[in-house]
Design a protein. Structure first.
Length: 262
């Protein structure tokens, strides 16, 4: 009977009610940890720490419904989830308020360093005893007056800082303006400045002429005999058949305008 009563009592504790081995091991570890924390906080001592640990233990017991505590608390036992959440929130707020009240007040204050005041002592020069040789051999004591020594004012040294003179940097002349862009009057840009603006007709173009101008396929064959000049055809290509009687810019829409040199 005593063993049965002990076993029935043990099953009322959260962690041992289901008689599951891993749950019992976890419960034993948790209870030992809480007991160790209580011992440490009690040795400090820290009232707020003890209240905090007891509050954690109380929350665990209520959450596990140990000894039907959860079914006895108002709002928490409500089947309505909103009311139950309100009850848990109220319970946590009250617990945190108790922990805050149990916390010791802050004792930090600015350190005060007392200043030791040394007593000022005024040194009095000793008295001078002058012995006067006389027939009666009387000694005359002449006290020296005590006074405060006068300190002569000292002139403050004036330091003259020489301000360095600004050095003038040599001014460099501005670069010359770029030359104005050459006006080709619509002709392609080229190193010989050939244009449509007017000038001399080009009857002997350079060998790399077609590198800058779009020449027709028979451009150089038209130079035999050399009696023509460079013209632009209607399709914007260039031919060397200008002025020839055999036809100018055949198959290219006819001549459009001649190309000139300076």
């Amino acid at each position: 009977m005593p063993q049965e009563s002990a076993a029935s009592w043990l099953r009322t504790i959260p962690g041992f009610r289901s008689v599951t081995l891993w749950k019992s091991i976890v419960a034993v570890a948790a209870y030992l940890f809480l007991a160790f924390a209580l011992i440490v906080e009690a040795s400090a001592p820290s009232i707020s720490g003890i209240v905090l640990i007891l509050g954690v233990l109380l929350i665990v017991l209520v959450a596990a419904n140990a000894w039907n505590t959860r079914t006895r608390l108002p709002l928490v036992k409500s089947p309505n989830k909103l009311l139950a959440a309100t009850g848990w929130s109220t319970f946590l707020v009250v617990w945190l308020g108790v922990v805050a009240l149990a916390a010791p007040p802050s004792t930090t204050s600015p350190a005060y360093t007392p200043t030791a005041l040394a007593p000022s002592a005024t040194a009095t020069p000793p008295r001078t005893v002058a012995a006067t040789a006389s027939p009666s051999a009387t000694a005359t004591v002449t006290p020296s007056p005590t006074g405060t020594p006068t300190v002569a004012p000292t002139k403050a040294a004036v330091v003259v800082v020489a301000t360095p003179k600004p050095t003038t940097r040599p001014t460099t002349p501005p670069p010359p303006p770029p030359p104005p862009a050459f006006n080709y009057c619509g002709a392609p840009s080229n190193p010989w400045h050939y244009s449509f603006c007017g000038g001399n007709l080009i009857s002997s173009p350079p060998s790399n002429f077609c590198n800058y101008f779009g020449c027709i396929a028979s451009f150089w064959h038209e130079d035999i005999p050399n009696d023509g000049y460079v013209v632009q055809c209607a399709d914007r290509t260039f031919s060397l058949s200008g002025g020839e009687s055999g036809g100018v810019c055949n198959y290219h829409g006819g001549p459009l305008r001649p190309l000139y040199s300076q």
